[in-house]
Design a protein around this ligand. Structure first.
Ligand code: SAH
Length: 225
């Protein structure tokens, strides 16, 4: 998979991809993540990527030209499955969308800033809009990093134990059960006995029961009839 992220603040995206699982996924060659500085695609002599809003009002608007230049260049190099604009009013991101996008080959994420992008970008240059929740961030970079992380960890070979992603919350319609590690007793707080019983089937039953309990309590809407 290849992910191209277009931003006017590339530094914001350096650290999310340079540690742990996302770093290893790139080192293993499973995913390529390229960050594109919009300013390099500006034809303006100050390399500006934003301008005042027509009609007035507070806040700058990201200009269409640098965005179009960058997307056009990328599209001339390869075909993309989706050109996604990160937007607070987009489709609400979910595990189901992460699953769907993890099967794609090439994705572009466009990060907005300030008041957002010139509306013509949304009308003509992108194929999809994704929000990570009903709140407003100052830029799309963190949102693009969140979505990329959720997608990349699902690609086979990225997690060392492939079954791990399948037992995470939301993946099978259930919230994950509680987990514990050593010591088995801390300040008098004990772990459930069944987990050290060595009885695989009983442990599996306990986990399933706890998953159901948690789902009913925390996300009843996820329970299938
Ligand atoms: N004026 C816009 C908000 C702009 S916020 C409005 O009221 O809808 C600046 C940028 O941050 C957006 O262009 C978008 O790329 C990003 N952003 C903000 N909140 C987001 C969210 N919840 N999910 C995804 N991207 C978000």
């Amino acid at each position: 998979m290849r992910i191209d992220i277009i931003t006017c603040l590339p530094r914001l995206l350096e650290s999310p991809f340079s540690d742990s699982i996302l770093k290893r996924a790139q080192e293993k060659g499973i995913v390529t993540v390229q960050i594109h500085d919009l300013r390099n695609h500006s034809t303006n002599k100050h390399r500006a990527t934003d301008d005042y809003a027509f009609g007035g009002g507070a806040g700058m608007v990201m200009m269409i030209e640098p965005i179009d230049n960058c997307i056009t260049q990328l599209k001339s190099e390869r075909t993309y499955d989706e050109v996604i604009y990160m937007s607070p009013d987009g489709e609400l991101f979910s595990q189901a969308i992460a699953n769907e996008l993890s099967l794609k080959g090439n994705l572009i994420f466009l990060c907005g800033h300030y008041k957002g992008v010139d509306e013509r970008v949304r009308e003509h240059l992108i194929t999809r809009e994704i929000s990570i929740g009903d709140y407003v961030l100052s830029g799309g970079e963190l949102a693009a990093a969140v979505v990329s992380d959720a997608i990349i960890r699902l690609i086979p070979g990225v997690l060392s134990d492939e079954s791990s992603a399948l037992t995470d919350s939301f993946q099978d319609g259930l919230i994950a059960p509680p987990v514990y590690t050593r010591p088995a007793e801390y300040k008098g707080w004990k772990i459930p006995d069944v987990l050290i019983s060595g009885h695989g089937a009983k442990i599996a039953d306990w986990r399933h029961e706890k998953s159901l309990e948690r789902t009913k309590k925390r996300r009843p809407g996820y329970l299938r009839d």
